[in-house]
Design a binder for this molecule. Structure first.
Ligand code: ATP
Length: 879
């Protein structure tokens, strides 16, 4: 099968367009702009501008209109940026498809598939276009997305398969008949647009914003009533009330939240963790257990065959990586492989029973397909057995596919009239299928004793962290579907190394500090898993067993920390729950069992992150709090069921993502507290002024408040939102799920600080003789408050650590914010035109010193409060 030529593809792309669905609900810039008018502050300001016109304050009117304009534009820019960040995230996870073009298998972006393309599809793939099946092995397709039917449909040759549906079993080749909007899915595309719900955190923050707005409203009403008693002119009172409203509404909150989340996700994507669901960002910070696959996640998935057991001998194989260069040794002596007939037969078997392709590109050898199979092809070529040549000699006529459940794979070949069957798979599974064993030139009955001996050799290999496969074959004259894998002849064992990734040890260390448990869940052998687990520090020395248990059977599991799939089958759910917190390795498990493990952990109150790659991992991924799919070796089905995709399949990326998740949440906590504290400061200050001195002596004028809240609020909040993750963040235990931002501890911090700042500012106000020079007193309050804002941007870089510990200059954006705030403040205070609008007078050195000392006092106060709270160490959430 040759497939289309490149030229033809180009023509067809022009004619039919890209294979993509038109998005109906694209967010346009107009929509984003209009969304800005749902901001309550915009309407408050609008009301203020109307009032200004009424009372003849035309200058005020223009200032307010300018501020209004500024807020809308700023909001627009930020949201646009957030939207773009999200869009580019979506682009990173563009799906790919395998097609045959010009006689070769190629992996291309799904959107480049054209009618007439030959698709190569296998278990776990999402079908990229409507197509007609032309070659098929046990194909089952899940068409629920189109028909609602949840049972997989069996597809035969000449049946149609449809874009968007998924292959849950078998494989096929299919000819594309329709792409893009011409597909069945395209025709109903509008109906299945995904909508992302707001996450609990977003909901909580929106609610918080509303509560604060309500408090502001109540304050306004109270002041209004107060004013009526004092017989203050109604318009003046309205202005004050509006100024208060501006002060109290934390308008920066939702925007800073959106931006922090979207840019945070972007940052994580750059580090290879793609968040598919926004909710995952906040859940990540609460993860208490990571259940990780071994092969490819904890290990490198770069397999090299190092040992082969055949004919009662162990052959050592040299060479590294996928380069087909190496030699065979027995007991240190080089052997001539051609004299070792059974070794050659074994190597032929593993090269033929194989779907990987070895390729040389620019002088570098690599494989397309499963690395386990790649390693087998490579070891074959070391004996000069090339797959292409062998396949010509023994054409393949059938295959029983590999699945994680079966743990083996078989291919059927023909040579003349002779039918040959080659199988490879987990040794214990292969052994069960073998009735004979090949020794020298003879085929002997395979005794149980011999099987036990071979299992021992397998165990020895596995204990040295080798991944071992058993190999078998048979010659047959007639085959039925039932007897293909029966009565096989055992050939030997192949042991390959798959070293742990270098970074994994460190990542596990970080997890230990961060009170996150790591569990290895693997389809591989128990001994191999244990050996790898020991290498990376999964097993604690002198481990203290948490669970107290009398049952002897269960005790053994607790001591070992290991449970195998078959043992797991024998445990009831209750039994599993009773030991689940002490098990470190689950070996030889099938994907379905992952779901039980997730459920047991969840029942114990854990927040579980679980990795997976296959079709049958999907239920566990969906059920886990964070389902993590592999970007490289994962199937489309697993990716769609996941909350996060690891672009590099690497375990350490999960830990890094958790660190980022914790940091993002902490940042949100920081800027929320920051914004609330400053807003309340202004409310308390105005309240104090009105109650103690009356309306005439407001400590700040509405326009002045407006200035502080529009120009000095957003930038520090965003800078705090983007504060880089600190290593120390992994030294804390995971955050409790559902814990709100305003915990008792945070509320205490925020409100005590607001009270302190307002009191200091008020004291500065009354000590600067407002009755004689109200303008000067207000200027001093203004300068003090801005100074406090600046000190607070640093204070809030941590809600519990001292700033001296976390550093003053680490966040460049924060420094920029401070510079901008300082300059704009000096401008309004000293440029005569602005000075007049805002009713400021210049301050002398002594006055400046008073203001700066007042501002600095917040810094001292916050350090003291943090110290006090660090010693107290209580952080119970507000229910
Ligand atoms: P993990 O679950 O950590 O990714 P794994 O790759 O060993 O580990 P599976 O892919 O479920 O898990 O494989 C289970 C077992 O099946 C392997 O341990 C191996 O013995 C066998 N096996 C793996 N790949 C193949 C293959 N291509 N052909 C035949 N047998 C295989």
């Amino acid at each position: 099968m040759m497939g289309l030529s490149n030229l033809e593809v180009e023509k067809r792309l022009k004619k039919y367009g890209y294979n993509e669905l038109k998005e109906k609900k694209k967010v346009t810039w107009i929509k984003i702009l209009l969304r800005q008018f749902s901001n309550i502050l915009v309407w408050i300001l609008f009301a203020a501008s109307v009032i200004s016109v009424f009372i003849g304050e035309i200058l005020n009117f223009w200032v307010i209109i300018f501020v209004l304009f500024f807020i809308v534009i700023l909001g627009f820019i930020q949201e646009y940026k957030a939207e773009k960040a999200m869009e580019s995230l979506k682009k990173i996870v563009q799906p790919t498809a395998k097609v045959i073009r010009e006689g070769k298998i190629r992996k291309i972006p799904s959107k480049e598939v054209v009618p007439g393309d030959l698709l190569v599809l296998e278990m776990g793939d999402k079908i990229p276009a409507d197509a007609k099946v032309i070659e098929v092995i046990n194909l089952k397709v899940d068409e629920a997305i189109l028909t609602g039917e949840s049972k997989p449909i069996v597809k035969k040759k000449d049946d149609l398969i449809f874009a968007g549906t998924q292959i849950v079993h078998g494989k096929c080749k299919a000819l594309v008949i329709a792409t893009g909007m011409q597909t069945k899915l395209g025709k109903i595309a509008g109906m299945i647009q995904e909508v992302e719900e707001k996450t609990p955190l977003q909901k909580k923050i929106t609610k918080l914003g509303k509560i604060l707005a309500l408090i502001a409203l109540i304050a306004c009403v109270v002041i209004f009533i107060f004013g009526v008693f004092e017989e203050v002119p109604i318009v003046e009172m309205l202005m004050v009330a509006l100024a208060l409203a501006v002060a109290a509404v934390p308008e920066g909150l939702p925007l800073a939240l959106t931006l922090t989340l979207s840019l945070g996700m972007h940052r994580m994507a750059k580090q290879n963790a793609i968040i598919r669901k926004l909710l995952a960002v906040e859940t990540l910070g609460s993860v208490t257990v990571i259940c990780a696959d071994k092969t490819g996640t904890i290990t490198k998935n770069e397999m090299t065959v190092e040992k082969i057991f055949v004919d009662d001998k162990i052959f050592d194989v040299t060479g590294v990586g996928y380069e087909p260069k190496g030699e065979f040794f027995v007991d240190g002596r080089k052997v001539d492989v051609y004299k070792e007939k059974n070794l050659i037969l074994l190597l032929k078997s593993v090269v033929l029973c194989n779907n990987a392709v070895l390729e040389e590109k620019e002088g570098k050898w690599g494989i397309i397909g499963d690395p386990t199979e790649g390693a087998l092809i490579v070891v074959g070529t070391k004996a000069n057995l090339w797959k292409e040549d062998l396949e010509k000699e023994y054409p393949r006529v059938g295959e029983v596919i590999f699945t994680s459940e079966r743990k083996m794979m078989t291919t059927i070949h023909k040579k003349g009239e002779e039918i040959l069957v080659f199988s490879k798979g987990a040794p214990e599974i292969i052994l069960k299928k073998c009735k004979f064993i090949k020794k020298k030139d003879k085929i002997e009955e395979f005794s149980e004793d011999e099987k036990v001996k071979i299992l021992e050799i397998n165990k020895d290999f596995a204990r040295s962290a080798f991944r071992v496969l058993g190999v078998a074959y048979k010659k047959a004259s007639e085959l039925t579907p039932e007897n293909i894998e029966e009565d096989l002849v055992f050939l030997g064992l192949v042991a390959m190394i798959d070293p742990p990734r270098e970074e994994v040890g460190k990542a596990i260390e970080a997890c230990k500090k961060g009170k996150i448990r790591v569990i290895m869940v693997t389809g591989d052998n128990e001994e191999t898993a244990k050996a790898i687990g020991k290498k990376i520090g999964l097993f604690e020395e002198n481990k203290k067993i948490k669970t107290k248990i009398k049952n002897e059977k269960l005790k053994k599991f607790l001591e070992d920390g290991v449970v195998t799939g078959s043992e797991l089958n024998k445990l009831s759910n209750d039994e599993l729950e009773s030991i689940v917190e002490d098990i470190v390795v689950y070996a030889r498990v099938v994907p379905e069992q992952k779901l039980r493990i997730v459920n047991a952990l969840k029942k114990k109150g854990h927040i579980v992150a679980m990795t997976g790659d296959g079709v049958n991992d999907a239920p566990a991924l969906k059920n886990a709090d964070i389902g993590i799919a592999m970007g490289v070796k994962g199937t489309d089905v697993a990716r769609e069921a996941s909350d996060m995709i690891l672009q590099d399949d690497n375990f350490s990326t999960i830990v890094e993502a958790i660190k980022n998740g914790r940091a993002i949440y902490e940042n949100i906590e920081k800027f929320t507290c920051y914004l609330i504290s400053r807003n309340f400061t202004e409310v308390i200050l105005i309240g104090l002024g009105i109650i103690l001195l009356g309306f005439e002596f407001l400590p700040l004028l509405p326009l002045q408040i407006l200035f502080i809240n529009t120009f000095d609020e957003e930038m520090p909040a965003i800078a705090l939102g983007l504060d880089p993750a600190r290593e120390e963040i992994m030294n804390k235990p995971p955050r409790k799920v559902g814990q709100g931002i305003l915990t008792k501890r945070n509320s205490f911090l925020v409100f005590s600080l607001a009270l302190f700042m307002a009191t200091v500012a008020f004291l500065i106000f009354i000590t600067s003789n407002p009755t004689i020079g109200i303008e000067k007193a207000r200027t001093m309050v203004f300068a003090t408050i801005v100074g406090m804002v600046i000190f607070n941007t640093f204070n809030f870089r941590s809600l519990d650590e001292s700033i001296f510990k976390i550093g003053i200059f680490a966040n460049k954006l924060l420094i920029l914010a401070v510079v901008v705030i300082s300059l704009t403040t000096l401008c309004v205070m000293y440029i005569p035109f602005l000075q007049r609008i805002f009713e400021f007078t210049p301050l002398n050195l002594k006055e400046w010193i008073i203001c700066l000392v007042g501002a600095f006092s917040t810094f001292v106060f916050m350090e003291v409060i943090k110290l006090f709270m660090r010693n107290k160490k209580t952080n119970p959430p507000i229910p």
